[in-house]
Design a binder for this molecule. Structure first.
Ligand code: DMJ
Length: 751
């Protein structure tokens, strides 16, 4: 909402309130900052006005059932109004959460009916597709979402299919990274939550097949082979020499070449692979690098593999990851440089290609994300696990500002084609989106926009992949787990997520394109990359920022995004868009598995209580699969010999001895145990007491509310209000055209 519009609405709000209970602007500012205020929808502000004047807001059960009119409220203290507003927002979160669950139900019931066990469900034609080789991609990726959303019957049906019908023993080439994050991660987290050992067995079987892509032997030692380099079918040394010649011809001095490629990289190749192959045949174990190089992000998937080690005491899995990171650190001198090129040779050097670059987007993203997440995973056992990830995350954070760039709009955008969507509802909002950037109206844009550019040896590129929108969440996660809650970091994360959110709000569909560019107009289109494949990164960041700060603005933005994703609904699922500024009918018959594994899960978690998935106990993988943090949830000591305590990074000055002796199976819950999180709750008596106290407190509050408002506070009938996205959130032309107008708001379309 624009500031102008907000003031108008607040004006209404204040005049409607009148009398004794009127909150002053000072009150509002004490509760919410200006940006949060601006992020409220008209319906929310209307609701606050209604609460203050004693009416029932549309969504509210407590208020709707309990209010006895303005007079009754006028007699109460003003603080009551704020309490009711809080309760209203909690209800709204409940409804948004319910909406996320109903989206999952829609997808899953169709998947079960039409594509059960297939890799993907095509959301427009309603057919199943084995476009990943027939290994149940969507089913495996979605298991933990089913569990968390309490679709227990569906979960067990799917788990049974995994145990009885899914076979990895087949002649199938798979991508190591994708199969690790979606299948291995999906199976492991489903096991962690449910305790079903059949899922763990399947994960072990898959792990033992995939591990052959890494150049480590059965003892976790580096294998003395050249298969990685050979599999490329190229002589890396000679390509390297050619690339160096090219750079020298371009006039780059050798120090610069060294600083980009790593010192002496091309001349001192030891022909021994350090990185895994990008692709592997699940049946034969034969490896390949299909693209001819290895992506930085795809080489390193530590959380899944280390959790597998924790569960099996097999240290080879973990050693393979350590080796990758040490190799990249050595060849690219990451501890000093902090940032790395995204295309690598099997030996961990920079792959010679003009396309190579430093980027936190495609091919780079999860490498950095996993430096932090591995450190979080090991935070209670940091004396026995490799300290390098934490060190390299610090180096990365130190160098990150080198990628910062700002886009400041210096000119007013061209008149007639520029939409002022809050002021002239007849102008279609998409025209402006394709020209340049605005927030709600161009006057309100909080420019300059902070974004992350890409760097090639020759250029900087002012473009940002949507994938980079994981970063504000990662920074928030760092703050969440650090004792000193850095406000500077939170501000940085906020500025970055604001740019990501704006990538959504500036389009017709309220969904971000795959890539956004930046110039003097602010955010601008990348003509070839206007599609949206239902990616999760921005919603993920909103979730992590919400958990860390509890600022309402993140839930408000998330609600609007929920509406936008909802509008991609089809008869059988939710469909990727061909063009976010095009007609909503221009769909792709495609719904990637991460929509279920990540996007819907993060939407659900954003509007859930923290206890649904405590971040103190779990770290979410790059595919949003929750992995128990070591030392939590009955996960005991680390079974492998680890690096020295002295080499630990900041703050972790623990003097405990190195790793305890491996103890077979002591980290796995027995077959019959309840879900890990439940068992923890049951076993942890302190926690239990806290919980009981919370329940008592809730009961006291309920009694109080009952006294104040009568008996219908907890009456389920009170939930039957008209909160139906269907009324309005179907895409035009079937749904309400207003949903696509220049002033689409949650208020108008989502209730
Ligand atoms: C997911 O598969 C993972 O999040 C991965 O790390 C990056 N891309 C997709 C979702 O966009």
């Amino acid at each position: 909402m624009s500031l102008t519009r907000l003031l108008t609405v607040l004006g209404v709000f204040f005049s409607r309130v009148g009398g004794v209970l009127r909150p002053s602007p000072v009150d509002l500012a004490q509760i919410w900052d200006a940006q949060t205020l601006v992020s409220f929808s008209v319906s929310q502000l209307d609701a606050f006005g209604a609460i203050s004047s004693g009416d029932c807001p549309y969504l509210s059960r407590a208020i709707r059932c309990g209010s006895r009119g303005p007079k009754a409220l006028r007699e109460r203290k003003r603080s009551l109004v704020w309490r009711l507003i809080e309760s209203y927002l909690a209800e709204e979160a409940f409804l948004a959460r319910r909406q996320a669950v109903s989206m999952m139900r829609h997808v899953w019931s169709n998947y079960e009916l039409r594509a059960f066990g297939k890799d993907e469900l095509r959301p427009v034609s309603g057919t199943g597709a084995n476009n990943w080789g027939g290994i149940g991609q969507t089913l495996v990726d979605a298991l933990d979402t089913l569990w968390l959303m309490d679709f227990k019957e569906e979960f067990h049906r799917a788990a049974l299919w995994v145990e009885q019908s899914l076979s990895f023993s087949k002649d199938l080439n798979v991508n190591l990274f994708e199969t690790s994050i979606r299948h291995l991660g999906g199976l492991l987290s489903a096991f962690a939550l449910s305790g079903r050992r059949g899922l763990l067995s399947k994960a072990k079987d898959l792990g033992n097949r995939l591990i052959k892509a890494f150049p480590v032997d059965a003892n976790g030692r580096k294998a003395n082979i050249m298969s990685g380099a050979k599999s490329m079918g190229v002589d890396a040394k000679s390509i390297g020499a050619k690339f160096q010649k090219l750079l020298n011809q371009a006039g780059l001095p050798s120090e610069v070449v060294d600083s980009v490629l790593g010192k002496g990289a091309l001349l001192s190749e030891q022909m021994q692979p350090s990185l895994p192959s990008s692709d592997i045949n699940l049946g034969s174990g034969e490896t390949k690098n299909l693209a001819g190089f290895i992506s930085l992000a795809e080489a390193y998937v530590p959380v899944e593999w280390k959790y597998l080690t924790a569960l099996t005491s097999n240290c080879t899995y973990s050693a393979a990851q350590d080796q990758v990171l040490h190799a990249i650190n050595r060849t690219l001198n990451l501890e000093d440089h902090g940032l790395a090129m995204i295309m690598l040779t099997p030996l961990g050097h920079v792959f010679p290609s003009p396309q190579n670059r430093v980027s936190l987007g495609s091919r780079g993203d999860s490498f950095y994300e996993y430096l932090l997440k591995e450190a979080v995973f090991a935070k209670n056992q940091s004396y026995s696990l490799d300290p390098l990830p934490k060190k390299l995350w610090s180096s990365f954070r130190a160098k990150l500002p080198e990628l910062f760039a700002e886009a400041q709009r210096v000119t007013r955008p061209p008149g007639p084609r520029w939409p002022q969507k809050t002021e002239n509802a007849s102008i279609h909002r998409g025209h402006g989106g394709s020209l340049g950037g605005w927030f709600e109206s161009w006057k309100d844009a909080p420019s300059p926009w902070l974004f992350l550019k890409e760097i090639t040896p020759q250029h900087t590129v002012p473009k940002m992949d949507h994938l980079i929108c994981f970063l504000p969440g990662a920074i928030a996660l760092q703050v969440f787990h650090s004792e000193e809650k850095s406000q500077m970091d939170l501000q940085l994360a906020h500025r970055l997520v604001q740019t990501c959110v704006h990538m959504y709000w500036r389009t017709v569909s309220d969904l971000a394109p795959e890539i956004t560019r930046f110039n003097l107009h602010g955010l601008v289109d990348d003509a070839g990359s206007m599609h949206n494949i239902l990616r999760p990164e921005t919603i993920e960041s909103l979730f992590l920022l919400w958990r860390t700060t509890k600022r309402q603005v993140y839930r408000n933005w998330g609600q609007r995004m929920l509406c936008a994703f909802y509008r991609t609904k089809t008869r059988f699922g939710f469909a990727s868009l061909e063009n976010v500024n095009g007609m909503p009918t221009q769909r792709r018959d495609s719904m990637p598995s991460f929509f279920l594994a990540e996007t819907l899960k993060y939407l659900f978690l954003l509007f859930s209580e923290d206890s649904v998935l405590p971040l103190e106990d779990f770290v979410l993988s790059t595919e949003a699969h929750p992995m128990p943090i070591l030392g939590q949830n009955g996960l005991g000591s680390w079974p492998c010999k680890g690096p020295r305590p002295n080499s630990m990074t900041s703050g972790a000055a623990r003097s405990e001895p190195t790793a305890k002796a491996p103890s077979t199976g002591n980290l796995s819950p027995p077959a019959t145990t309840p879900p890990v999180s439940e068992s923890k709750r049951l076993c942890d008596s302190k926690r239990r007491e806290e919980l009981q106290e919370q329940i008592r407190e809730a009961e006291r509050n309920l009694q109080k509310l009952r006294r104040e408002y009568g008996t219908c506070v907890s009456d389920p009938a009170c939930w039957q209000s008209g909160y139906t996205f269907e009324n309005c959130c179907f895409p035009a032309p079937r749904g309400n055209m207003q949903c696509w107008d220049v002033e689409f708001t949650y208020a108008r379309c989502c209730r």
